[in-house]
Every structure is written in structure tokens, then in C-alpha cells.
Design a protein around this ligand. Sequence first.
Ligand SMILES: C[S@@+](CC[C@H](N)C(=O)[O-])C[C@H]1O[C@@H](n2cnc3c(N)ncnc32)[C@H](O)[C@@H]1O
Length: 347
Amino acid sequence: MTAAASSPDPIARPAEDDLRFALMDLALSYLFPAALRAAAALGVADHLADGPRPVAELAGAVGADPLNLHRVLRLLATRGIFTEDDAGRFALTPSAELLRTDVPSSFAPAVLMITDTTFWRPAGELEETVRTGRTPFDRLFGMPFFEHFARDPETAAVFHVGMASMSDPENPVVARAFDLPPDATVVDVGGGHGGLLLSVLREHPDARGVLFDQPHVLAGHRLGELGADDRWDLAEGDFFTEAPPGDAYLLKRILHDWDDEHALRILRQCRRAVSDRGRVLVVDAVVPPGNDPDPGKVIDLLMMSSFTGRERTRADFDALFARAGFRLTRVLPTDTRLSIVEGVPAT
Ligand SMILES: C[S@@+](CC[C@H](N)C(=O)[O-])C[C@H]1O[C@@H](n2cnc3c(N)ncnc32)[C@H](O)[C@@H]1O
């Protein structure tokens, strides 16, 4: 029994280490992403780019209620996102700086994607997902995830620009973490706007690249950033039914979107198309055993609630690769939250 429950004094405060406080903090913790989303959606950081501002002035600039804006920023400041000085002026911190939309490394689109209603609402229905084994996404939005994000360019941008922003810090690190056969053709399967392929081509000067995704996604590709370097092609298509020929198949944050049957269909298309000297490089979280915290265990629940997918263990990848005709050769850690699971065609 806890100190509070056993206390003879009815007005005695429970001990600070009462585990109910920890549970209460955990239960309330969804208000931090709610506040973060509000600040990102209002564009608060952009309006602090020139220096600290009193909250009333800031509220006028972003079109917000001053009292409520103050309450949101005060909470975020407890996590080092914005800071308030003694005169009641708010300023950027290094984390808040990343919420500016006019900086190259802007993380605002990632925050807005991760806290978008398409993730938020299904996560709120997690009990249903756990009971039924199915995502509530189609019920809530009337169609599966990727169809929803193909509706119109504005809706598509929320996810695909958000994914690009989330992937930006990872791409150069991942691109450095693997080697390639000489003069390899690298196919980035579901490569989105091409941020990873850009890094791969910069890192591997003798490689060629193919960015493979849906037509409406390829329309926003960034490979033009390579300038005169034209070692790339676009390939529109459906990764469940086809894959362009190549020597290395990158699948970054692809298999985790899908259940095993769909993941197998994607891998089998890669297996069919891969050259004899080729390999598959799956870039995903690899969930470790045990009770320690791991980011993969968190994103896993997004894959459960908004998609039909899952994060996998090494053993899961081993089994999946074998069924698709690949042999898992190694798991390369990267200095990101993702690992590279390498497979070669099984003989
Ligand atoms: C989670 S995003 C990953 C994007 C990118 N690889 C990254 O890590 O930033 C999944 C990608 O799969 C693409 N995709 C979904 N269904 C597809 C299909 N049937 N055929 C080809 N690409 C598809 C999406 O358009 C999206 O770019």
C-alpha cells in the first residue's frame, strides 16, 4: 500500500514518489504534442526569428488569443522549446529554431505530420486496434492511408513533405553506413521526394539511382538539387506489382508500413528484379529484446494504429527475407534510430 493510501491524516499530501503521480504525468503527457502542434501550426517560431517578443505582440502577429498562447508556450518552455524571460518576452531556443519554416533544416513539417489528425485520431482508438487487430484508419477517413494522401496535392503535402523533413537528418548518415557493388544501380523503393537517394548519390560517386514511387509523389521530387549530375531516373509504379531493375534496393521506412503479407509482396518484386550481384537494404527500426526504452517500440504503435504495419525484430526480418528468397547477411547499426538490414538473393 502507498504512503498516501495508508496515511492516518486525511489531508496529508501523498509522497512525491507516489507512483500514481508518475501515472498521472504519463496520462497527461499527450498535452505536450498537442501544444507543440499548436505552436508549429500557428507559425510562432517564424515570428520570433528577429528576436524576443512580448506574448501579446506575438499573439497579434500569429492571430492567437494572448492568454492561451502564453499557456501553450509556457508549457513548451518547460521542455526547452521557446523560453520566457523575466519581462514576459518569448524567444527561440535551438529546438524552437527548428520549428521555423524558412530554414533549410526546418522540422516543422515533420512535427505537423506526426501530430496530424491521420495519426492522432487512430492513436486515440488504440483500444479498438488492440481488440480487433485492425487499423481504424479506413473507418475514420473512409479509405486506406495512402489513398487518403493521394486525394489532392495539399493533403499529399502534409505526409510527403513531412516525411522528407523527418528523413532529412537521417539520410546522409544512412547513406554513409553501407557499401555498394561498383557502378551499382540503386533503386529507392517508395523513395518519396528522393532525399535519401540524393544523399546516396553524393556519397557513392560511381552509383546510379532510380527513384521509384507513385506518380503524384514523384511530382515533388528533389533530385534536381544534384544540378548537372544526371545519374538518376524516375520510375513511377506500384511496388506491390513491379520493381525497376537494379543492384541495390533501398526500402527506408517501407516494410514497417505493412503487415507480413504485403511486405512479402514488396520484397518479392525486389527479388524478381535484383541482379545476381545485388542486395536488398531495408532501413527500419530493429526492435531489441527486453524492457529497455527504444524509439522503435514507440513508432511501432503508429504503424499499428494508422497503418497495417509493424516494427520488426531481427528474427522477424530473418523469416520475412527467407520467405521472399533473400538471405539476411547482416544488420548494420547507423547513428540514427534506424538500422540497415541487408539481404542477398538466396541460392
Ligand atoms: C513512410 S513513406 C517513406 C518515404 C521514404 N522512403 C522515407 O524514408 O522518407 C512510404 C512511401 O511509400 C510510398 N508508397 C506507398 N504505396 C506505394 C505503392 N503501392 N507503390 C509505390 N510506392 C508506394 C509512399 O508514396 C511513400 O513515399
